[in-house]
Design a protein around this ligand. Structure first.
Ligand SMILES: Cc1cc2nc3c(=O)[nH]c(=O)nc-3n(C[C@H](O)[C@H](O)[C@H](O)COP(=O)(O)OP(=O)(O)OC[C@H]3O[C@@H](n4cnc5c(N)ncnc54)[C@H](O)[C@@H]3O)c2cc1C
Length: 235
């Protein structure tokens, strides 16, 4: 199966390709599946950093093309050439691939565009917006910021979502909100929060919610673009 135009583009932009192999599969909840992979040398070439992600090439059921989907690396172990990926389950090809994957199955991945680093000047607080798709990235961010205060808003779709471990400590305040009306409660939370002038906002939800929350940080709270990192994680 081919990668089509997207494959040519990621190559042209300098993406590096790897083949990863399933080592294990474990349901964290009924809608959140952790799969272990040998890294195919990826971690030797690309140092671990918070929110590190790869472009997975997923076979789509009714075509002969591989489609690209972003996924976050979890518990990376460069010495063992191993990492995990947590799949939030919904009705889509990548989620279906994960549910059917067994030990020994292979997946092609490309590394391109994953380069987030914590801000050089420590913010007084992190303000984090996400959902179960970005929860693996949120957890890596929380691990990296340590004792810096953070408020985190996460959107849940299934009752069991709130059982997924979140790496908070006593400096962090977590609020789960239900996904209703395409992210309404996250958008409201962004409006209502108090935002210190030296905060850093990290936002990764579905596309429209991400755009709306970012706009609120800019226009309502006056946060400069340099104090934000945002990316739509799904459409
Ligand atoms: C940098 C980056 C890192 C990411 N890391 C992760 C990760 O670690 N774990 C993870 O689970 N996802 C992660 N995502 C999100 C993931 O790439 C998308 O959810 C992707 O669309 C899933 O592809 P799919 O083929 O299963 O579904 P698609 O073919 O893209 O979509 C099929 C249908 O499912 C819906 N859908 C897609 N994603 C979701 C969702 N999360 N919740 C509800 N409905 C959805 C779509 O609206 C559509 O109706 C990441 C995305 C990016 C950009």
């Amino acid at each position: 199966m081919g990668k089509g135009l997207n494959g040519l583009l990621t190559k042209a932009w300098g993406g590096s390709d790897y083949r990863i192999t399933v080592t294990a599969s474990e349901y964290i909840t009924d809608k959140f599946l952790r799969i272990g992979f040998t890294a195919g040398g990826l971690l030797a070439d690309h140092p671990v950093h918070p929110t590190q992600w790869v472009r997975c090439w997923i076979p789509v059921d009714d075509g002969d093309k591989l489609h690209q989907r972003g996924y976050t690396l979890v518990d990376q172990d460069p010495d063992k050439d191993h990492f995990f990926i947590d799949f939030a389950i919904h009705d889509g090809p990548a989620a279906r691939w994960a549910q059917q994957a067994s030990v020994g199955d292979e997946l092609e991945v490309t590394v391109l565009g994953s380069d987030f680093q914590l801000p050089e000047t420590k913010p007084s607080e992190y303000l984090i917006f996400g959902d179960t798709a970005s929860l693996p990235a949120v957890n890596s961010l929380l691990d990296a910021i340590g004792d810096t205060p953070a408020r985190i808003w996460l959107e849940w779709q299934y009752e069991t979502d709130q059982k997924i471990p979140v790496h908070t400590n006593s400096h962090h305040e977590l609020t789960w909100v239900q996904r209703i009306e395409d992210g309404k409660l996250l958008r409201e939370a962004a409006h209502e929060l108090t935002c210190p002038t030296d905060a850093f906002a990290w936002i990764a939800c579905d596309g429209p919610t991400t755009r709306s929350v970012v706009k609120t940080f800019k226009q309502v709270h006056g946060l400069p673009k340099s104090a934000m990192k945002y990316q739509a994680y799904w459409k």
